[in-house]
Design a protein around this ligand. Structure first.
Ligand code: AMP
Length: 182
């Protein structure tokens, strides 16, 4: 976790929308944080802080909010950026992985030449809940030979156990704020 002043500031910048996209879900809306210049900068600085000055080859962002954050993180670390997208959106040859959603299966993919074997990669998304999305992205990156050195998220929903899924793949997880429940 980031230090408590930063966490408090980020928590205050995130808007919670009850019953979106369906009843019972508390949607943690980070667009309010992104629209707040100071909070956006603080979030990006805090996410990259453990790797400031170390060599990171690529930042991989998960569609779509992971693109916004991942682009800023990549710039900050002087790393390249790699999009991980829902299937069918990337124009060149891809590698693909299936993963389960609450109802049914989905697939995500990345360009097969986006990462060289052995490159050090940080995975970025806005929020980790059950960890299913980030787990699939981590496996996809590892399959093509990336060394995934960390997975970073602004928001953790620790009651859903996502962090443990990613750590079980040998990847440290960094999060900045946590909300109880789901
Ligand atoms: P999961 O695969 O369960 O870890 O879900 C993570 C993905 O779903 C992320 O890309 C999040 O943006 C989105 N997500 C899941 N739960 C929430 C929530 N309560 N508020 C906002 N986004 C969520």
């Amino acid at each position: 976790m980031a230090d408590s002043t930063v966490s408090d500031e980020l928590l205050a910048a995130i808007r919670t929308i009850p019953d979106y996209p369906k009843e019972g879900i508390l949607f943690r809306d980070i667009t309010t944080l992104l629209g707040n210049a100071r909070a956006f900068r603080r979030a990006v600085d805090a996410l990259v802080q453990p790797w400031a000055g170390s060599k990171v080859d690529k930042v991989a962002g998960i569609e779509a909010r992971g693109f916004i954050l991942g682009g800023a993180v990549a710039h900050q670390l002087s790393a390249g950026f790699v999009p991980i997208r829902k299937k069918g959106k990337l124009p060149y040859d891809t590698v693909r992985i299936a993963y389960s959603l609450e109802y049914g299966l989905d697939e995500m993919e990345m360009h097969k030449d986006a990462i060289e074997p052995g490159e050090k990669v940080i995975l970025v998304d806005d929020l980790i809940a059950t960890g299913g999305t980030a787990e699939a992205a981590t496996r996809l990156l590892q399959q093509i030979g990336a060394e995934v050195i960390a997975a970073c998220f602004i928001v953790d929903l620790p009651d859903l156990g996502g962090r443990e899924k990613i750590e079980a793949l040998g990847v440290p997880v960094r999060t900045l704020v946590a909300f109880p429940g789901h």
